[in-house]
Write a protein that binds this ligand. Structure first.
Ligand code: IPM
Ligand code: MN
Length: 349
């Protein structure tokens, strides 16, 4: 087996702390399988050099087999870093450049993990679903602008882009996942109001559904979906939705299944034409950076998704199992440092 090249973008804040544990676990489960290259990107780099993501770096990343991403962002009070620079210039630039049209966000309520869900909601239920969030279109493409800026007549637009091509490919991916899971898929949109984009999503969803007679289909408006995520998340298996709805409901999904400290994600180019990027859903959390208290579990589970994507299904499953066992032993009131959690999971491998 050939060594794979993993690009590592640890980023800012707690990013480097959690990524170090992800790598520790990666090296424990697959010793020597990866050659790592660190990329210094994020708020700190921007402040030092004014660079966000130079083309030469993007070209190097393109040569990698996969990317592990921590988190980027300056402290909230830091006014030197304008909102959007890193989001659009780094994260979204990579997602778009590498055609990460499947933003995969699994949510699973592991036994023993505290949740804000009511006991009656979780009793006897298995909560285990994935959101397939479209990653390259929608309101994220930056299609809009401002006219009459700064005047009382200012007009700001962001026009959502939904192409038949883009919707169909992500819907197909989601159906294929559902058919490998529990054969249930829910389209989340808002076609009662967003009639144009919603209509396109619905028609494509229904037509792909005809190729999967064993997959049960459901539809929810996004507002109703938030109710069910809080009152009956066990009803979900695969959810497919657009970029912004997917952003919003996956934060909620993370919150109800143990918090953002556990939520992993993959920005995937399923064809493997470009490297896929794996990252915890959480941000750089400057408020707790440097204190060694960040939970590295979301990053470790992102490493598991990375391995699965690269065909190392066995190693991926072993990490998941080790995390599950570790979580089962976590008890309320005791807290371990970031590296203690990483060590415990790595040594269980
Ligand atoms: C996420 C984040 C990003 C998004 C931001 C930082 C661009 O919130 O990964 O969910 O909106 O997709
Ligand atoms: Mn988000």
């Amino acid at each position: 087996n050939k060594t794979k090249n993993l690009a590592v973008i640890a980023g800012d804040g707690i990013g480097p702390e959690v990524v170090a544990e992800g790598i520790k676990v990666l090296q424990a489960v697959a010793p020597g399988a990866f050659e790592l290259t660190d990329y210094d990107l994020g708020a700190e780099r921007w402040k030092r050099t004014g660079e966000v993501l130079p083309d030469s770096v993007l070209d190097e990343l393109r040569q990698s087999d996969g990317i592990l991403f921590g988190a980027v962002g300056a402290a909230p009070g830091d006014k030197t870093m304008p909102s959007g620079i890193l989001e659009r210039g780094l994260i979204l630039k990579i997602r778009f450049a590498f055609d990460h049209y499947v933003n995969l966000r699994p949510s699973r309520l592991f036994p023993g993990i505290p949740t804000p869900l009511a006991d009656s909601v979780i009793a006897g239920k298995e909560i285990d679903f994935v959101v397939v969030r479209e990653g390259t279109e929608g309101l994220y493409v930056g299609n809009g602008g401002v006219v009459r800026a700064g005047t009382p007549a200012e007009i700001a637009t962001e026009v959502s882009i939904n192409t038949a091509y883009g919707v169909e490919r992500v819907v197909r991916d989601a159906f294929a996942r559902a058919s490998r899971r529990r054969n249930k898929i829910t389209l989340v949109h808002k076609h009662n109001v967003l009639v144009n984009a919603g209509g396109l999503w619905r028609r494509i969803f229904e037509s792909v559904a005809r190729e999967y007679p064993d997959v049960a289909t459901d539809y929810l408006h996004v507002d109703a979906a938030t109710i069910f995520l809080a009152t009956d998340p066990a009803r979900f298996d695969v959810i497919v939705t657009d970029n912004l709805f997917g952003d919003i409901i996956t934060d909620l999904a993370g919150a109800v299944t143990g918090g953002i400290g556990l939520a992993a994600s993959g920005n995937i180019n399923p064809e493997g034409r470009y490297p896929s990027m794996f990252e915890p859903v959480h941000g750089s959390a400057p408020d707790i950076a440097g204190k060694a208290i960040a939970d590295p579990t979301a990053t470790i589970l992102s490493v598991s998704l990375l391995l699965d994507h690269l065909g190392l299904a066995d190693e991926s499953a072993r990490i998941e199992k080790a995390v599950l066992a570790d979580i089962a032993h976590r008890s309320a009131g005791t807290s371990r440092s970031t590296s203690e959690i990483g060590d415990a999971i790595a040594s269980a491998l």
